[in-house]
Design a protein around this ligand. Sequence first.
Ligand SMILES: [Zn+2]
Length: 110
Amino acid sequence: MKKLICETCTMELAGVDESKLCLPVTGDMFLPLSESHPQPFLQNLEWKYMKCPMCGYRPIEQEERVLTDKGFIEVGKKPVRKAIKKKAKPVSRVRMEIEKGKSNAARLNV
Ligand SMILES: [Zn+2]
């Protein structure tokens, strides 16, 4: 698991749940560093209201990227849940057109 690093003071603050990471960045995308740590941020807290417990500044300076111990993760470039849904649409639309065509043809034959 990659760890969220505060961009101001470089402290390790939380684990990063990369499977959840997308825009807008919220608290539920981060996990406690270990079982003895509390949840790092409120679940629905937006990144701009997050505060580093060590320095009191915002640990994430730009929403599009999150600093981890393995370097920056580009959040904007990760597939967003909405984009996946959009991709599936044209297929079902084509299918609907075919179904419509079939029923129209059936009507014309009658
Ligand atoms: Zn800090």
